[in-house]
Design a protein around this ligand. Structure first.
Ligand code: SF4
Length: 419
């Protein structure tokens, strides 16, 4: 057996056994913590010894776990407790998540475990605020729901697609909130026109951290790489989300293209299985290996998912050049189902239709199975635009789309499913 084979098998065994040993330890830790919390039928046990590594979150100076707990839905107390036991201190929620129920579930945990608040780097986001007054109301609601008197990182501008929302008023609000101690750090999130937003933000001295969509596909984008470099040099903390890079699948009408993409799926899966990674683990690993990214935020709603991702975070091996090549080839072979959020390219010729938002709504529906989120995103489209969605000629938008997405077909699909 070659040293290379030996290494691969060791990693495969590591990832498998990290899961198995980890689950055992997690259960033990959960029991120990339940005993401490006087929960019934809770025998004492030893806590786990391994911790997810940490990286500095830019100019915040805070060491955050390289894996971040994404809480878009109400959280299970066991998942919250176990994530802390494994060293996952970065928790991400939002005012809108689950209509406030995500923040409330975290608030209940903090109320029952006030001594653990100091161990959590708590992140939340505003929702649809247009003025500093709106922003203040959002923050106060979050503080109440989260049962805390400060937020570690407040994303006071949510889902940015251009920089017009970065006014002096918002800057002053952020600085005052920091002075009062109700927020420790300030930043924004972005899904659209990310290279432009990141590049502009790198010149603002009052942005501490940014959460952006980033995955193995966007790694191939030179503009995105330059923008990440600029933010990294400006010491802005970078948090990656949506690393699974979900795409729309071809329908039966595109049988040949669907077969080619299915073949690409199979090849990629087989490659990573041989290396000891699941598809999801490989995608997270690719982003986590990028040292400019402080943490990867992943929605983890169950202990199983938590353990699968923790195994990746604990794995010290970096993806090899052939792994990155495989992801690059796979990205090219399947790009026509993936919206990169480059709305500035297609939307000027799409007659006012928010193409990127509609693609995101369809992704929530088809890939995440989150019908409520999909419908809520679709509902944001102004009524007059919705009325003409099916009558617009998307030929020009399809022509300029770098991923050659069948925009017209996908918008018709979204309208049928989400209207
Ligand atoms: S549809 Fe194409 S051009 Fe438009 S945002 Fe998505 S990837 Fe970019």
């Amino acid at each position: 057996m070659s040293r290379q084979d030996d290494k691969r098998i060791n990693r495969r065994n590591f990832l498998k056994t990290a899961g198995l040993v980890g689950v055992g330890s997690v259960i033990a830790a959960a029991k120990a913590n339940a005993a401490e919390a006087n929960e019934p039928n809770a025998p004492a046990a030893q806590p786990p010894i391994q911790k997810v590594p940490k990286r500095k979150l830019g100019k915040t100076g805070v060491e955050v776990s390289v894996l971040s707990l994404g809480l878009g839905r109400p959280a299970e107390p066991a998942v919250l407790r176990q994530s802390l036991d494994w060293g996952i201190n970065h928790w991400d929620t939002s005012l809108a998540a689950g209509n406030g129920t995500s923040e409330q579930s975290i608030g209940e945990f903090i109320a029952k475990n006030p001594d653990r608040r100091k161990d959590i780097f708590l992140v939340t986001k505003e929702n649809k605020s247009k003025t500093p007054d709106d922003l203040e109301k959002c923050l106060q609601t979050s503080l109440k729901q989260l049962n805390t008197n400060y937020i570690d990182l407040y994303f006071g501008v949510y889902m940015v697609n251009d920089m017009v929302r970065f006014t002096d008023d918002i800057k002053n609000w952020a600085q005052n909130a920091k002075k009062k101690g109700v927020i420790k750090h300030f930043g924004f999130t972005t899904h659209e026109n990310m290279p432009q937003c990141l590049m502009a933000a790198s010149k603002l001295d009052w942005i501490d951290a940014i959460m952006m969509k980033y995955d193995f596909r966007l790694m191939q984008d030179k503009q995105m790489q330059d923008a990440i470099d600029a933010c990294h040099k400006a010491d802005i903390g970078l948090i990656a989300m949506k690393t699974q890079s979900m795409r729309q699948r071809r329908g039966p009408a595109d049988a040949n293209a669907a077969a080619a993409e299915a073949e690409a799926d199979k090849k990629m899966l087989a490659h990573f299985l041989e290396k000891g990674y699941t598809e999801g683990q490989a995608k997270i690993k690719a982003v986590m290996d990028d040292q400019r990214i402080s943490t990867v935020c992943s929605s983890m709603t169950s202990t199983t998912l938590l353990m699968t991702n923790i195994a990746v975070a604990l794995d010290k091996t970096k993806l090899a050049a052939d792994d990155m090549d495989m992801l690059k080839q796979y990205a090219q072979a399947t790009c026509s189902g993936y919206c990169a959020g480059c709305a500035h390219i297609c939307e000027p010729v799409a007659l006012g239709v928010p193409v990127s938002d509609i693609m995101r709504a369809l992704m929530y529906h088809d890939s995440y199975g989150d019908v409520a989120q999909a419908k809520a995103t679709f509902a944001e489209i102004p009524a007059d635009v919705k009325q003409r969605l099916l009558s617009v000629d998307y030929g020009a938008a399809e022509h300029v789309c770098p991923n050659r997405m069948p925009i017209g077909k996908l918008i018709a699909d979204a309208a049928a499913k989400l209207a």
